[in-house]
Design a protein around this ligand. Structure first.
Ligand code: AMP
Length: 180
């Protein structure tokens, strides 16, 4: 990793705030609003996210609701790709398919429009943070069910202790800017 990139990533890390006990007791919430609020880190995050995928022939960036939307459209523009949202149930207006996955307590469901891709389209899945990897894995299932190919994963941060990246397919490139 080059020195400038390391310095940029250190700056981004300084602008992610830990909020203890949010949204419930025991959770250390990683808040990216300081990073969004600062014009320099906003611009740098955008630029640095797209770099590893510039030559990956990405057709679509899929962003996970809701913080995956914040940089997802910009990432798509930088890669000259389209943007496709994955949303919580009942939000997308046209025909959808859904996937349900386990959370620490209970389960969650996500949806995508059925007509999002053509067969063989190359998709980059993006979110702000990977924790257990459950949502990224469920997103992978949806993309593949629609006949497209997951060509990469992009996250700003990982909760390294949870090893979420180990849930994802080994042969698909993963770019995670920093560990928290
Ligand atoms: P997971 O499916 O467990 O990888 O969780 C990833 C999703 O949950 C992402 O959309 C994150 O934004 C959110 N998330 C999970 N844990 C945290 C946390 N400690 N701080 C901030 N966001 C979190």
């Amino acid at each position: 990793m080059d020195e400038v990139r390391q310095k940029i990533i250190a700056l981004l890390k300084e602008n992610i705030r830990n909020v203890p006990d949010f949204p419930k007791a025991g959770i250390q919430f990683k808040d990216i609003t300081p990073l969004l609020r600062n014009p320099d880190t906003l611009e740098l995050t955008s630029q640095i996210l797209s770099r590893p995928f510039r030559n990956a022939n990405i057709d679509y960036v899929v962003g996970l609701e809701s913080r995956g939307f914040l940089f997802g459209t910009n990432l798509a523009q930088d890669l000259h790709a389209g943007f496709v949202p994955i949303r919580k149930p009942g939000k997308l207006p046209a025909e959808t398919i859904s996937a349900t996955y386990a959370l620490e307590y209970g389960e969650d469901t996500i949806e995508i429009h059925k007509d999002s891709f053509a067969t063989g389209d190359r998709v980059l899945i993006h979110d702000d943070l990977i924790a257990t990897g459950g949502s990224a894995l469920a997103a992978t299932e949806l993309v593949e069910q629609l006949g497209a190919e997951v060509a990469g994963y992009s996250f700003i941060a990982e909760l390294a202790a949870l090893s979420g990246r180990d849930q994802l397919k080994e042969n698909i490139p993963i770019d995670i800017l920093l560990a928290l």
